[in-house]
Design a protein around this ligand. Sequence first.
Ligand SMILES: Cc1cc2nc3c(=O)[nH]c(=O)nc-3n(C[C@H](O)[C@H](O)[C@H](O)COP(=O)(O)OP(=O)(O)OC[C@H]3O[C@@H](n4cnc5c(N)ncnc54)[C@H](O)[C@@H]3O)c2cc1C
Length: 421
Amino acid sequence: MTHPVDCIVVGAGLAGLACAGELVRAGRRVVVLEAADRAGGRIATDTIDGFRIDRGFQVYNDAYPEGRRVLDLAALHLGTFESGAIIADGVRLRRVNDPWRRPLAALGSILDGSVGIADGVRTARLRSDAIQMVRSGVDPDATTAGERTTRDELESRGFSERFIRGFFVPFFGGVFLERLLDTSAAVFLFDFAMFSLGRACLPAGGMDAIPRQLAARLPAASVRLGIAVRSCAPGHVTLADGTVLSARDVVVAVDGASAAALLPEALRGGLAERVWKSTRLIAFAADRSPFTSRTLVVSAEPDGPIDNLTVPSDIATGYAPPGRSLITVSVRGDWKGGDPVTAVRRQAAAWCGKTVEAWHHLATVEVARALPDESPAARLARVFGPQLANGLWICGDHCGTASINAALASGRRCAKAIIGA
Ligand SMILES: Cc1cc2nc3c(=O)[nH]c(=O)nc-3n(C[C@H](O)[C@H](O)[C@H](O)COP(=O)(O)OP(=O)(O)OC[C@H]3O[C@@H](n4cnc5c(N)ncnc54)[C@H](O)[C@@H]3O)c2cc1C
């Protein structure tokens, strides 16, 4: 580092980039040290044969309050999913509609017996409560009050087991990367509010457009790639090659497990114990989309590897070369079987027909460290941050809810605290 800096940010994921951006706006001299060869952390997109393949299926929600605050959404050219979902239940593909956006279609779901009237009423109450929670400023990142699992929340609200299994498990199982619904209800209620108020979106050309936008706003050369940090302490960091760099403030903006490895033992809290949830994405190229609507297909089938199936090239531009379609499948974390590509084709053929035979397998992407465990117990043990010691700070999705919104908010909050210190 040739010039002195006020702050060293370790990690160029969303939290680190958001933190650095806020510090730079306040006139601080900042350097961001990133071990990988690209910024973005867990948001990454690779190009294979002209297709843009995200490392794990993820979506941006355009109701995220922090995204509205810090991102230039217009410049991301977001493509939107239709609200609701198509649910494969082993018999047919059944659409579950959002009654506030497609009232007639939702009425159809009740009339054809897909959704019972009582569960429809409970969903309306859940929606209203979740929105009220967000609007009244309850922040799931900052609280652990009333922690219980999503399943406990749904059961206490009286939802039928049929509806829990037929809708909440397949839909939120894909969001949480676990199908027991033991993710905290605080996370669920926030996500439910976001899906009610906003739309699931993909940026043109892939999810990595989000971190690229944040990185592009920082001064040239302030993000240093390929620099692994070995340890962090108040006022200095030690690189993997033994070099020591100093600054008034050090921000640990890495994922929770990496933070545990970088920090002195006394400051690790429950970071080291946090378990990771993993996922796997399988991408196919096709000559045409198997669907006519821009909807996510989720599986409520007891067997089979598919968690959800989508056609990103139907949602946003730039995911596939002109005239081609990109189809991506998230594989269930609990699925055990033989060759997953063959098993996915077999299950998808029942939904999409013979066209599946012509799909060309492009890539299988394993994401071992996708989301931290967000069970009530894990959330209670988390390190809230942002200050660990004088001159040592922490941010990242592990401090709040594991989401794009939380990572961005955590980075900005950390910067604000540094500026105010
Ligand atoms: C498959 C998948 C699906 C998801 N789905 C969604 C979704 O649909 N919606 C949603 O809102 N969120 C979703 N998320 C969550 C969201 O992507 C993350 O919460 C967010 O990107 C985390 O950002 P972060 O900055 O906290 O951490 P990270 O992205 O993990 O960034 C940490 C950075 O630190 C770097 N680093 C680590 N150790 C060192 C070191 N020793 N030295 C230097 N650098 C280091 C890493 O290389 C990385 O770049 C998903 C995530 C995954 C993986």
